[in-house]
Write a protein that binds this ligand. Structure first.
Ligand code: PLP
Length: 221
């Protein structure tokens, strides 16, 4: 099932892509066994994203095929040390304190960390990230840190069935991404889209999507 889901998704995704960019599918692997993750990799997954540091550590050596590793969950600064040099892209830089610590610890370890700046596009209290209005300031401050390389923006759309609202938020994200890109940034990724909303996110210009349920089926949490 998992391998077939991946194959179908990889075939399906380009059809939604209105921007002509490569759309990267990141498998969101929280709560999945190493065996399930390896099935997804066999199906064609090249990128996997973890939410929890403990799970990342437990399964790190068990993953086959050397997929690129993403960290997509909320990150506590005291856990950075377990990820340094192992994560190819941190999606969820949602506050200045985290950016500063990640830079400091990366520098000490002699690595550069690739990051995305998380935007709280729905202004939700339960979600981290900078308000959209602060995106430019956050970009300037974070890209000035010595050991970070800012490669784009990340957003989680609110859990609503209101497609008009979702589209307008996704469009606002793409607009900000393009604006910063023509204003000094050299972004490559707009990480936006989960199982419930990835079609519209890709249609509106997301070029990196993070799918869990659509690949692995329903999780208990
Ligand atoms: C769990 C998770 C996803 C995937 O969610 P699905 O709805 O299962 O596709 C994507 N992004 C983040 C940050 C997540 O925590």
């Amino acid at each position: 099932m998992i391998e077939e889901n991946v194959k179908k998704l990889l075939e399906e995704i380009p059809a939604y892509n209105a921007y002509g960019e490569k759309v990267t599918l990141v498998a969101a692997v929280k709560l999945q066994t190493a065996d399930s993750i390896n099935r997804a990799v066999r199906g064609g997954i090249t990128d996997i994203g973890d939410n929890h540091v403990q799970e990342f550590r437990d399964k790190y050596a068990l993953i086959e095929g050397k997929p690129r590793r993403h960290f997509i969950g909320r990150l506590q600064t005291n856990k950075i040390k377990y990820l340094l040099g192992k994560v190819d892209l941190y999606h969820s830089v949602d506050r200045y304190g985290l950016a500063e610590e990640l830079s400091k610890k990366s520098e000490k370890a002699g690595v550069t960390s690739n990051v995305l700046i998380q935007i709280n596009i729905g202004n939700e209290e339960t979600k981290g990230g900078f308000p959209l209005e602060e995106a430019e300031e956050a970009f300037k401050t974070i890209s000035a840190l010595p050991a970070l390389n800012v490669e784009g923006l990340m957003a989680m759309l609110p859990a609503t069935g209101n497609e008009t609202l979702l589209r307008s938020l996704a469009r606002a994200m793409r607009k900000k991404y393009d604006e910063l890109n023509s204003n000094g940034a050299s972004f490559k990724y707009l990480s936006m889209g989960m199982s419930g909303d990835f079609k519209l996110c890709v249609e509106e210009g997301g070029n990196m999507i993070r799918l869990g349920t659509a690949i692995f089926g329903k999780r208990s949490v």
